[in-house]
Design a protein around this ligand. Structure first.
Ligand code: AMP
Length: 195
């Protein structure tokens, strides 16, 4: 058990962040903070935020930094987060990364690692198609057209975060084209190297 570690899982849509986050939840007792899941919960609840977010998500675009930063900041105040958190899908812009730094400083939380799951993008299309089939199409953004847009947004807005964390010596890159089990093993080593 690795207590009180706080990590960011980083990578393009379909890289396997959610799958690996679940492994960390069950093996390390950490809490998964998936901003995508939070937004989908807001959509299911038909809240004002959900209604606003849905069209943005369906277009493969990003919900505004202010909303996302507020959402994560509020969630981080819950007591369960003291067990350590896995950020999955946040930060997605340099502004979010900077706000997260400030937030962690204010809340006295240390960021241990940013774990990048690197994948071959051609493979992502097949993966998203599989996910759409497995989830019965419950995610309206799981299709080739929206994925292409999400990848564009990833390159334009999200990938530029990588040098930010590299400069801070926080970045660890893992080969996400390996089997799920091998990727998990590599992530476990990162976690153990951090203790
Ligand atoms: P995900 O489940 O992480 O792939 O997120 C699904 C969609 O939710 C994204 O394509 C965005 O539209 C939105 N979203 C999730 N997290 C963020 C974030 N940190 N910043 C902006 N938009 C987000």
């Amino acid at each position: 058990r690795t207590p009180r570690m706080n990590v960011i899982l980083f990578g393009p849509p379909g890289a396997g962040k959610g799958t690996q986050a679940q492994m960390l939840v069950s093996e390390f007792g950490m809490v998964q903070l998936s901003t995508g899941d939070m937004l989908r919960a807001a959509i299911a609840a038909e809240s004002e935020l959900g209604l606003k977010a849905k069209s943005i998500m369906d277009a493969g675009q990003l919900v505004s930094d202010d909303i996302m930063i507020g959402m994560i900041s509020e969630r981080m105040d819950a007591p369960d987060c003291a067990n350590g958190v896995i950020l999955d899908g946040f930060p997605r812009t340099v502004a979010q990364a900077e706000a997260l730094d400030q937030m962690f400083a204010d809340k006295n939380i240390a960021l241990d690692s940013v774990i990048e799951i690197a994948v071959d993008e051609a493979a992502l299309f097949a993966r998203i198609e599989n996910r759409a089939a497995e989830t019965g199409g419950s995610r309206s953004d799981d299709n080739a057209e929206v994925l292409a847009e999400r990848l564009k947004v990833y390159h334009a807005n999200t990938a530029p975060i990588l040098p930010y964390y590299k400069d801070k010596n926080k970045l660890v890159t893992i080969d996400g084209m390996q089997s799920i089990d091998k990727v998990s093993e590599d992530i476990r080593s990162v976690m153990q190297g951090n203790t």
